[in-house]
Design a protein around this ligand. Structure first.
Ligand SMILES: *[C@@H]1O[C@H](CO)[C@@H](O)[C@H](O)[C@H]1NC(C)=O
Ligand SMILES: *[C@@H]1O[C@H](CO)[C@@H](O)[C@H](O)[C@H]1NC(C)=O
Length: 434
């Protein structure tokens, strides 16, 4: 066998030419950091040539596509030089309709990443720098093995701040490998085999194995010392995907969707003022002692419509704490409605104690605003399914009973909630084909 590295670029190109010539008479693909323009004659050859190919199915008349194009040009340069290079290509899916229908393109642009020829839809960000980060994540090993202090810092540097980072110090990769696969889209995973005492100090652990979770964008880290059994390990990883106390906004809201825990929600007046920051610090302490709950906060000033879903109006005293199920139900704790300025720590403790003892009033979110918000939390498909079920059962009933009326809710729309919906659906195609 000839070692791959010793194959010169020339031979490699020749090899490509040879490989491709069997399917059609065509030139090998130039791998020079430019976006490839593909068509029906060479598309299949391209996806079998490249391990990782990111494809923009566009239409020349679509505005979003035009805006995306320079971003792809920029990203392409950096992605082509990675250890696992990602080739960016585009296809005029309006013109090449056979390809478009084969890959079920129903809007422009549609983005897909082909890994070893297998397509996966891409709903991530479209700005060049973020695109580079996300695609880098796609092609990175499930668990990176780090063999020195500098490998650890390079790994963290490369991972960036978009996702939590897990480092298993002194942990065998086989222990976390399949959880790393399961949560690959949400976090970076690594194990460190060799590291100095300085690294132990830096990450604040005193024995191994230790699994450290870092949330760089929230300046947070936590440590898990075991037991390294499936259930406990997965609980820890799942809980650590969110920061200890999540600031709720249109972007972060969707990250709550995959977490089944109840949410301790604190509504403050203005999340930027010093008093709120002090309170969040106390909430962090409470959060690390109550990992079976998610802690979150939102500013009335920052997102009024959302706050008002929980019976909060200007005249109500803030901060207010409730426990929310992430859907239409929430609980007030009797006697712990609002948090007063003095001694907030004990008040939080009291609130949690009251909640756990069941000293609560159960409430429902009923406002129109919330309905609009909630609609956006569910997949459109699920909604359609529910509607179909309702319609079918109504049709069946109407056979037996008098004709019944179908009432359709038109949620009142408001700017920030429609923005929220937009954020939650950021995966949707913007320009639909009729
Ligand atoms: C590409 O890499 C260069 C050098 O590391 C960096 O300055 C630039 O921001 C990167 N561009 C993108 C789109 O990530
Ligand atoms: C790590 O796990 C693999 C697979 O289970 C095993 O073969 C290997 O011996 C383990 N290494 C250590 C250092 O325990």
């Amino acid at each position: 066998m000839v070692p791959l590295r010793s194959i010169s670029i020339f031979t490699f190109g020749f090899l490509l030419l040879f490989l491709c010539s069997s399917s059609a008479e065509q030139q090998p693909f130039a791998v020079d950091g430019k976006v490839l323009e593909l068509d029906e004659s060479n598309f299949e050859a391209a996806i079998s040539t490249f391990d990782y190919m990111f494809v923009d199915f566009y239409a020349p008349w679509c505005g979003h596509c035009k805006r995306l194009s320079p971003e792809l040009d920029k990203a392409s340069v950096n992605l082509s030089v990675l250890k696992h290079p990602v080739v960016i290509a585009k296809v005029d899916a309006d013109k090449y309709s056979r390809l478009a229908s084969k890959y079920e393109i129903d809007g422009f642009p549609t983005l897909k990443i082909f890994m070893h020829g297998i397509p996966t839809d891409y709903y991530g960000p479209r700005k060049a720098d973020l695109l580079v980060r996300f695609l880098k994540k796609f092609v990175a090993p499930d668990v990176s093995v780090l063999n020195s202090d500098s490998a650890i810092s390079e790994f963290i540097e490369e991972a960036g701040k978009n996702f939590p980072i897990f480092i298993g110090f002194g942990l065998n990769e086989s222990v976390i490998s399949h959880l790393a696969v399961k949560y690959k889209k949400s976090a970076w995973f690594s194990v460190a085999k060799d590291f100095s005492d300085k690294t132990m100090e830096l990450y604040n652990f005193d024995k191994v194995p230790a699994l450290v979770a870092l949330h760089l964008s929230y300046n947070e880290q936590s440590i898990f010392y075991g037991p390294f059994e499936e259930k406990f390990l997965e609980d820890y990883i799942k809980q650590s995907l969110l920061p200890l106390v999540l600031p709720i906004n249109q972007d972060t809201l969707k990250s709550l969707k995959d977490d089944k825990r109840k949410i301790v929600l604190t509504i403050v007046e203005d999340e930027d003022d010093e008093r709120s920051k002090g309170l969040v610090k106390l909430l962090k302490a409470a959060a690390s002692a109550n990992r079976d709950l998610v802690f979150a906060f939102v500013g009335f000033k920052q997102w009024q419509d959302f706050a008002e879903s929980f019976e909060v109006a200007k005249k109500i005293e803030l901060p207010k704490m409730i426990v929310w199920d992430g859907d239409v139900e929430y609980f007030s704790v009797i006697g712990s409605d609002s948090v007063e300025d003095e001694d907030q720590g004990p008040q939080i403790t009291q609130f949690l104690k009251g909640y756990r003892e069941g000293s609560v009033i159960q409430k429902h979110i009923i406002s129109d605003d919330y309905k609009a918000f909630r609609n956006s939390m569910f997949l459109i498909g699920a909604l359609i399914l529910v509607l179909v079920v309702i319609l079918v059962s109504m049709m069946m009933q109407s056979v037996k009973e008098e004709p019944s009326r179908v009432q359709v809710d038109h949620p009142r729309s408001s700017t920030s909630l429609s923005e929220a919906r937009e954020a939650l659906r950021s995966g949707d195609k913007e320009d639909k084909i009729d």
